[in-house]
Design a protein. Structure first.
Length: 300
C-alpha cells in the first residue's frame, strides 16, 4: 500500500496533476495492481534510456510503440481544435457589439490570435515529422459546431475558458507533451509552448468566468446544463479514439485520462462557486455520452 501511494505521488508530481485526481489513479491501480504500477513507473523513471522516432513509429523509453500515423492523427485533432476555436472567437468578436461587451470583443480577438499561434506550432510539429495535417473526426466536428452555436456571451466565456480548455488541453495536451518529450524533444518544444504558455488574455478569461459565476450572471443550473451538453459530446469524441489506445496497449491509461478530463472542468466550476457534486455529475455525463439522444450541434 505504501508503494502504491508513493507511485501515485510520483505520477501526480511528474505530470503536474492536481491532488483531486488521486481517487481516479487509485481506481486505475486497483483494476490491475501489479501491471498498473509497473506501467506507470515505466513512464516516469526513464533514467538514461532513450526512445526512437522513425517515419513509421514512435518508441517510448519504456518500450511502448505507437504507430506514427496514430500520433499524427491525435496531433491533427489538436490542430483542428485550435483552428476551429480561433475561427469561432473571431466570429464572436465581430458579433460582440454594445458598450457592455467591448471587453469581450477585444478578448475574443486576442485569444483567437493565441489559438492561431498554437495551431501553427502543432502544424510545424506535424510537418517536422514529415506528415501532413489529417482530417478531424465527425465527433470532434460536432463538439466545435455545438460550441459555435452558443449565443449567450457569458456561456461563451465559460465554454472556452473552463470547459473545453480543461477537457482537452490540460489532461491530454500536458500528458502527451510529458510522455513524448524524452523521445523527441526537438519536436515537442513548440508543442509544449503552445499548451503551457498561459498569457494574460487567457488569465483574464478565467478570472471573468469566476466573476460571471460569483456575480450570478449565469446560474449554477445553467452552468451545469452547459457543462453536461459540451462534456457529453467531448466524452464521445474521446471514446471515438480509444481504438488507437487499444492498438497501442494503453487502453486503461486512455480511459483514466478520459475520466479525469470530464472531472477537470467540473472541479473548476465548483471552485468558482457552481453548486455540484463532481463525482455524480461526471458519472451522469459519461452516461449521457453513450446515449443516442445527444443532438448534434444544437442547444437544448
Amino acid at each position: 500500500m505504501a508503494y502504491e501511494t508513493g507511485m501515485i505521488d510520483s505520477v501526480l508530481q511528474r505530470y503536474s496533476m492536481p491532488d483531486w485526481t488521486r481517487p481516479y489513479i487509485y481506481k486505475y491501480v486497483r483494476g490491475n495492481p501489479s501491471n498498473a504500477i509497473r506501467r506507470a513507473m515505466s513512464f516516469i523513471d526513464v533514467k538514461r534510456r532513450k526512445g526512437e522516432v522513425t517515419d513509421k513509429y514512435v518508441r517510448l523509453p519504456n518500450g511502448l510503440t505507437f504507430k506514427m500515423g496514430s500520433v499524427v492523427h491525435i496531433l491533427s485533432l489538436f490542430y483542428y481544435c485550435e483552428s476551429r476555436i480561433s475561427d469561432i472567437r473571431l466570429e464572436w468578436a465581430e458579433g460582440s457589439r454594445g458598450s457592455d461587451l467591448l471587453d469581450y470583443k477585444e478578448y475574443f480577438k486576442n485569444m483567437a490570435d493565441l489559438n492561431a499561434a498554437r495551431m501553427r506550432a502543432i502544424k510545424n510539429l506535424i510537418e517536422g515529422l514529415n506528415y501532413k495535417v489529417g482530417s478531424p473526426s465527425r465527433e470532434l466536428v460536432d463538439v466545435l459546431e455545438s460550441v459555435r452555436s452558443i449565443s449567450n456571451p457569458y456561456e461563451r466565456v465559460i465554454a472556452l475558458n473552463v470547459i473545453l480548455r480543461d477537457t482537452y488541453a490540460r489532461p491530454f495536451g500536458f500528458v502527451f507533451y510529458r510522455i513524448f518529450y524524452p523521445v523527441a524533444n526537438e519536436f515537442m518544444r513548440s508543442f509544449g509552448k503552445a499548451f503551457t504558455d498561459l498569457k494574460q488574455e487567457n488569465r483574464w478569461g478565467i478570472d471573468e468566468s469566476r466573476r460571471i459565476i460569483s456575480d450570478g450572471l449565469l446560474s449554477s443550473e445553467s452552468a451545469i446544463s452547459l457543462a453536461e451538453r459540451i462534456l457529453s459530446m467531448t466524452c464521445r469524441s474521446i471514446n471515438a479514439e480509444l481504438h488507437l489506445a487499444k492498438e497501442a496497449k494503453v487502453l486503461e491509461e486512455a480511459k483514466l485520462l478520459r475520466d479525469i478530463s470530464i472531472a477537470y472542468p467540473l472541479q473548476d466550476l465548483r471552485s468558482m462557486g457552481v453548486e455540484l457534486d463532481v463525482s455524480a455529475e461526471a458519472r451522469k455525463i459519461i452516461r449521457l455520452s453513450n446515449s443516442a439522444s445527444i443532438s448534434r450541434c444544437k442547444n437544448p
